[in-house]
Design a protein around this ligand. Structure first.
Ligand SMILES: [Zn+2]
Length: 275
């Protein structure tokens, strides 16, 4: 796909959008043919909800990309002279390192967890979940993944290749499709690993890397094992229902809004959340 994009001189945003639609269609079809858990299939109601959140994310992502690109073109001109393959490998490792730590912090820090909650709130996992995240989540994920690569001065071809691989992985690891990549999941992320990340059991919920499991193996958060019994959050009663999208979008801002008396304590001063 990266080669086609280069040969046909498509813009990066057109290529990524086309790749997103293509992968969503293929994986949604695969989920119907060979579902891993039939009860996790998206209903039309799920598709409408996740589609709406996905559109919101797409718009936020496009704005963040445009701002980042303008910033870098203005202040950091010039491209790396490394061979393209080296740029792609180095870029992938750097992008995944930033994404790994941001994701891990999202599960340990109170406010970032409030942002990340929207992605983990659903109690079923399928390809539509891949695009179900808070727009703030989309912005900080973009920043940590892309900004270091722009600062390194990677060539646009390398950036497109890395972005296409990352997008493919984000969609594939959420897919509710039966099957396994076996020991290859030491090298690349898989749905088997990522289902454990969404487990409601704390001891299973590692695997913060999506495209690569490398940093999980380096920092001791790599998990393998049987599929989780349940996915979602540890204590659903503490949070708005997965269908209250407005409340979940507002969740990160609730600590910032004025509140009074005992209600304020109950609302603002809860302990850190780990799932
Ligand atoms: Zn997560």
């Amino acid at each position: 796909m990266a080669t086609i994009t280069q040969r046909l001189q498509w813009s990066a945003s057109s290529a990524l959008f086309g790749w997103l639609v293509f992968n969503l269609a293929v994986l949604a079809q695969a989920e119907r043919w060979r579902p891993f858990r039939p009860e996790w299939q998206a209903t039309p109601r799920h598709v409408r909800r996740d589609g709406a959140i996905g559109m919101l994310n797409l718009a936020t992502d496009a704005a963040a990309s445009a701002a980042l690109t303008a910033l870098v073109v203005a202040y950091l001109p010039g491209h790396s002279t490394w061979p393209l393959a080296v740029q792609i490998v180095v870029g992938l490792l750097v992008a995944e390192f930033g994404a790994y730590w941001m994701h891990r912090w999202s599960h340990s820090g109170q406010w970032l967890w409030r942002v990340h909650l929207l992605h983990h709130r659903p109690d079923r996992l399928n390809v539509a979940n891949a695009i179900t995240a808070h727009p703030i989540n989309a912005v900080y994920d973009k920043l940590v993944r892309v900004l270091p690569l722009l600062v390194l001065g990677l060539a646009p071809e390398a950036m497109v290749g890395i972005a296409l691989f990352g997008l493919t992985q984000t969609l594939a690891v959420h897919a509710n499709v039966a099957g396994s990549i076996g020991p290859l999941d030491r090298l690349v992320g898989s749905a088997e690993l990522h289902r454990l990340h969404h487990s409601t059991r704390a001891e299973e919920a590692g695997n913060y890397g999506t495209a690569l499991p490398l940093w999980d193996q380096v920092f001791g958060t790599y998990r393998r094992g049987d599929a989780p019994v349940r996915v979602g959050v540890f204590d659903p009663s503490r949070y708005p229902s997965e269908w209250r999208v407005g409340a979940l979008l507002a969740w990160p801002f609730r600590t910032l809004l004025p509140c009074r008396g005992i209600a304020c304590l109950a609302r603002c001063c809860r302990g850190p959340h780990l799932a």
